[in-house]
Design a binder for this molecule. Sequence first.
Ligand code: FMN
Length: 452
Amino acid sequence: MSVPWSVGMFQTAGIMGAWQLPENTSTDFLDLQHWIDMARSLDAAGVDFLFFADDYGYPLIDGRLPAQALRSGLNFPRADPMAIIPALAAVTERLGLVVTLSTTVEKPPMIARRMATLDHLTKGRIGWNIVTGAGQIASARLFGDQLVPHDERYAIADEHVALTLRLWQECWDDDGLVVDRARNLYADPDRVREIHHHGSHFRADGILTTPPGPQRTPVLFQAGASAPGRELAAKYAEGVFIAAEVPAMRAQIADIRRRAEAYGRDPQSIKCLVAGTFRVGESEQAARVLQQRTEAVRTLADAAAQYAFFTGLDLSRMDPDRPLDATANLTDAGRTNVERFLGPGAPTVRQILEEFQRNSVMGSPLIGDPAQVVDQAEEVIGETGADGFLVQPDAFGTFTDFTTMVLPEMHRRGLVRAALPGTTLRERFSGRPRLAADHPGVTAHTTVPALV
Ligand SMILES: Cc1cc2nc3c(=O)[nH]c(=O)nc-3n(C[C@H](O)[C@H](O)[C@H](O)COP(=O)(O)O)c2cc1C
């Protein structure tokens, strides 16, 4: 736990909040101006970063997209957030930009090159959210691939990140790019080198052709809280996104920090951000009315389709009066939202559906006037040991309620920084320009002979 808190903002390149409400503007997500306006206002508000979740997958039940997912716009449709990022970099000065790329779908040199390019274009404000893929069943089908079993996806992710880090950390020295016209020397052959990686899942002999940007390696985030997900976070993440009930989040954070210590990392160097919904109004009454309007547009059928997206499980076919079967956790889709509902005092299937109808994956909202929601936020941070929030969009798909009502109250209490230090995302997020000295991207670094 640390003060000041880090504050990031959650989006997808799709519809957000309760799109059925007339005030919701997220239906403009295919209009670049929608994103430009949002990024500008977040830049002015001084939050740490704007984050885009992403996935090639979508809800799938019995091998088909359920009609309900289309009707209600559930994790469908989606655009590609990577295409939006450069435009946002051009109209903002301080805002960090964090984007998701899956280690199951993308190959290491592709991620390394795109992220290194974006590190330049954003002037060191880019971050990578490492995931193995929530909607992996639909994604594998779309790509014509076999569904890779859950734990193997994480083994692939581990090797993927190790290789991608080598491409960022080892191929170029800081002074490899010379651009000396008098000496006719563009890049120095003594300061650029091949890496060689021959692993179980990847093989690479070559060079990342993009020179390092201001951060060299983008800030590394991770999301996916199953046991192997927490292991991946403990090894590589600088920031982790979590969403669950408070006791579960406390346990997840403690577990990630414990595992990080076993990797020789400072456990406090991993910042854990709670995915928080701030349902705020000028008065508690106004906030409750907004919450009711938001809940009213979601049905139990919506909840079932969305649960299927995250877990591959069809709750609508299960006995509503019993808890999930313990074997549910053998699913080869995401497991965070299965593990979350197992164990002592486990809810029934009906209760899980009702929880998903209200809050989907994000846990209970903080509801009230600005002072009340910030009181609740302080409690969540105190009880979980988290380091800040990944703020969900409001009911209208934007962050206006947060930036105009909640953030000023956080500032008044000294919970967030008055001014952002440094210029890069990593400087602001963790106070250092590059990966920490105990990060495996640095400790695993071996000096490789340069080109001759
Ligand atoms: C705030 C937050 C953001 C997330 N963003 C993504 C995302 O962009 N893409 C994705 O595939 N999974 C994302 N996840 C994780 C998924 O919910 C899912 O748990 C994961 O991809 C599957 O891994 P698991 O088996 O460890 O749960 C996010 C989770 C949280 C809490």
